[in-house]
Design a protein around this ligand. Structure first.
Ligand SMILES: NC(=O)c1ccc[n+]([C@@H]2O[C@H](COP(=O)([O-])OP(=O)(O)OC[C@H]3O[C@@H](n4cnc5c(N)ncnc54)[C@H](O)[C@@H]3O)[C@@H](O)[C@H]2O)c1
Ligand SMILES: N[C@@H](CCO)C(=O)O
Ligand code: NA
Length: 430
């Protein structure tokens, strides 16, 4: 039965995502009401620039005082799509204090302060939902929190940043260098004017922290995630990858250790075989592989960014949270009971592709092989190309710990015959 009194929603931020949320709330109002069981009313929109014309939004709802809006006391749900740490964090906390539930798309804030925000929600008996924070429209948080709540997730491996996937895909398909591909991504509006958060892996690392926390029922913060950006990936790396039947992707990888006693979370560029489903994720798309005991391998794929796709996830959360408000229930809160420690990168075990510039003379290959053996790193293949007394040596290893590999590289750098370590890249997805 439909309740006639509407649920009141405060929208904080009316940019790329917020304007789409407002549009869909208006254009789909009847369907949303039918699905929720009560009408949802946009009761206020907090913006920074009130003079801007906002199509479809009643100007009387617009305010620059977001704090006053969340303190009103009659707001059922606050939708936070401002982004960044402050004032978003204070506004969300104040919203809980004044009885609202919260839907947010803010991965940076959730990766930094998720535990405190969940605690604030729980204290007031309210919801905190954030499907849009990871991989935009792709349902991922809800499947992990709810659909897979009876299974044991062992690994989450994915492409969770659209901008960098666009750049790497361009480098792969055209042979372009990083800067050229970035310029194209900027011209097409994929990369922001300051692309640091994307290309240095901060955005993906925040998403990895959120995913690892939910997947392994433990607390994982941004600082726990090992992070390497993709600005150093070169056209030569792509040529090497091709020779191995691989491509290069910026991956977020969250894993349970084999003994089950700890977890790791990391973001870095990696080679993956062309036969792996993640290799065919093109352009700005996202895709995430989840491996669980009972389910086996699951893949989630779709648009990970953009106003409308991200708003889809926000609206899905809004419907869920509104339903909870009507029934007096709350959805699942933070689940961190397993409290697994997050190990450092040294504990990660994977394969490596190492490209060395060496002197082309007798005994060099043996010397290099000895260093690998001394550190317990087993070599899978070696490829050598010589030119004018110098050679390039490409070594691909079997699985080894990151600590052993770092030790190997340190020793290699000390050899007179090794002129330089041109690149080190992990090989994943095999
Ligand atoms: N754009 C995407 O593709 C995407 C995808 C997933 C998640 N997100 C997340 O969604 C959130 C919003 O992103 P966006 O792309 O819409 O950003 P945006 O910059 O387009 O919009 C943010 C808006 O908030 C406004 N704002 C800033 N401070 C404010 C304040 N104190 N009070 C009121 N308004 C204020 C800004 O003026 C701006 O219009 C971020 O957390 C982002 O990480 C975005
Ligand atoms: N900048 C992000 C937006 C989505 O979080 C990306 O490129 O994927
Ligand atoms: Na999502």
């Amino acid at each position: 039965m439909m309740r006639t009194r509407p649920l009141k929603v405060a929208l904080l931020g009316c940019g790329v995502v917020g304007s789409e949320v407002a549009r869909i709330m208006t254009t789909h109002a009847d369907d949303l009401a039918a699905r929720i069981g009560a009408p949802v009313e946009l009761a206020g929109v907090a913006v920074r620039r009130p003079s801007k014309v906002r199509e479809g939004i009643d100007p009387s709802l617009v305010t620059t005082d977001a704090t006053a809006l969340v303190k009103r006391g009659d707001i059922d749900v606050v939708v936070e799509v401002i982004g960044g740490i402050e004032p978003a964090r204070s506004l969300i906390t104040t919203a809980f204090e004044h009885g609202a539930s919260v839907v947010s798309a803010n991965k940076a804030l959730l990766a930094q302060d998720g535990a405190a925000l969940h605690a604030a929600a729980e204290e007031r008996g309210r919801d905190l939902y954030y499907e849009a924070a990871v991989a935009g429209a792709i349902p991922l948080i809800r499947p992990l929190r709810e659909s897979l709540a009876g299974d044991k997730v062992n690994r989450v491996l994915g492409i969770v940043n659209g901008t960098t996937n666009f750049i790497l895909d361009k480098m792969d398909s055209t042979g372009a260098g990083y800067q050229e591909a970035l310029d194209e991504a900027t011209a097409l509006g994929y990369a922001e004017a300051d692309p640091t958060a994307d290309v240095e892996g901060f955005d993906a690392a925040a998403k990895a922290a959120i995913l690892a926390g939910i997947a392994f029922h433990s607390r994982v913060r941004l600082d726990d995630v090992y992070r390497e950006g993709m600005t150093e990936v070169t056209a030569a790396d792509f040529r090497s990858a091709k020779e191995m039947g691989c491509t290069i992707k910026l991956l977020a990888i969250c894993e349970r250790a084999e003994d089950g006693g700890s977890i790791t979370a990391r973001v870095h560029p990696a080679m993956i075989p062309l036969t792996h489903p993640l290799a065919s994720v093109r352009g700005a798309y996202n895709a995430v592989f989840v491996e669980s005991d009972a389910s086996g391998q699951l893949m989630f794929y779709g648009p990970g960014a953009g106003g409308s796709p991200t708003a889809s996830a926000v609206l899905g959360d809004l419907v869920a949270v509104c339903r909870n408000r009507l029934s007096g229930a709350t959805g699942p809160g933070e689940s961190a009971y397993a409290a697994l420690p997050v190990s450092g990168m040294g504990e990660v075990v994977t394969r490596y592709h190492i490209s060395l510039d060496v002197a082309d003379k007798p005994g060099v290959l043996a010397q290099v092989a000895t260093v690998f053996a001394e550190h317990g790193v087993s070599i899978d293949t070696v490829r050598q190309q010589g030119k004018d007394g110098e050679a390039s040596l490409v070594v691909v290893t079997h699985r080894a710990s990151d600590a052993s590999l770092s030790g190997t590289v340190e020793s290699l750098r000390k050899l007179d015959t090794v002129r330089g370590v041109a690149s080190i890249m992990r090989v994943e997805g095999e």
